[in-house]
Write a protein that binds this ligand. Structure first.
Ligand code: PEP
Length: 248
């Protein structure tokens, strides 16, 4: 059922503290969102707090990353997919552009993270997107196509991908409807050719989604939801975005 709703997922990035989180989570827990699947990706230390405060709601909790190491052991600072699952999380963002930029994460490492997430039944949400320079050089489909090759050989019936043009993340600059529609159609086609025609796909758009533009973005063909950064930190803005999710 969740694979046939629009997904509205928040990414808190490196924000929050126990006191402010509690207020936000209690507000989120009251939102009516039967028509959409709502998730929030918190920093690791706040996973359990979010799971606990959202336990009577339908909102799912996830992390923003997981380790590429599958086993427990001597990997100081790493957090395994198994630990994330153990905290009650349901999904994990993989390959967010900030991970690609600041930690040079590329397909080889990202594939290990996807495999680790799937192995413990976490939903991986693969984030893809081109930089401004790449778009100006008209390389957006080549870049995103290469990022999607990380899915080759996966044995899955469902896959979630967030298309987030790097130049639209946190900038207030949103891709145009034509750009979004073109890239989402491209991503759908690529996924079907990599994983087979029977795979169920969720493609979320991310990049400066807010309460004012959500309705337009969420009504674009093959936009199956949104990944929301800044606006997910405010209950009223996030709630307004959720209210605009379409019934598919
Ligand atoms: C993001 O962090 O994935 C994101 C899309 O951020 P923002 O909504 O702030 O642009």
């Amino acid at each position: 059922m969740i694979w046939h709703k629009q997904w509205i997922f928040g990414n808190w990035k490196m924000n929050g503290n126990l006191a402010d989180n509690a207020v936000l989570l209690q507000q989120l827990a009251k939102i009516n969102h039967d028509h959409a699947l709502v998730g929030i990706a918190t920093p690791f230390p706040y996973l359990s707090q979010a799971v606990d405060l959202l336990k009577n709601s339908q909102i799912i909790v996830g992390s923003q990353d997981c380790s590429s190491f599958a086993e427990k052991g001597a990997y100081t600072g790493e957090v395994s997919a198994t630990m994330i699952k153990n905290c009650g999380a349901k999904f994990v963002l993989i390959g967010h552009s900030e991970r690609r930029t600041y930690f040079n994460e590329q397909n080889q490492i990202l594939r290990k993270k996807i495999d680790n997430a799937l192995a413990c039944d976490l939903i991986p949400i693969l984030c893809v997107g081109e930089t401004l320079e790449q778009r100006q050089a008209r390389q957006e489909t080549a870049v995103v196509g290469k990022q999607l090759t990380v899915l080759q050989g996966l044995s899955v019936n469902h896959i979630a991908v967030a298309y987030e043009p790097v130049w639209a993340i946190g900038t207030g600059e949103v891709a145009t409807a034509t750009q979004i529609e073109h890239m989402h159609a491209f991503i759908h086609r690529e996924i079907l050719s990599i994983l087979g025609e029977n795979v169920t796909i969720r493609t979320l758009y991310g990049g400066s989604v807010n309460a004012n533009n959500a309705a337009d973005i969420l009504s674009i063909d093959k936009v199956n939801g949104a990944l929301v950064g800044g606006a997910s930190l405010k209950a009223d803005a996030f709630s307004a975005i959720i209210a605009n999710a379409q019934t598919e």
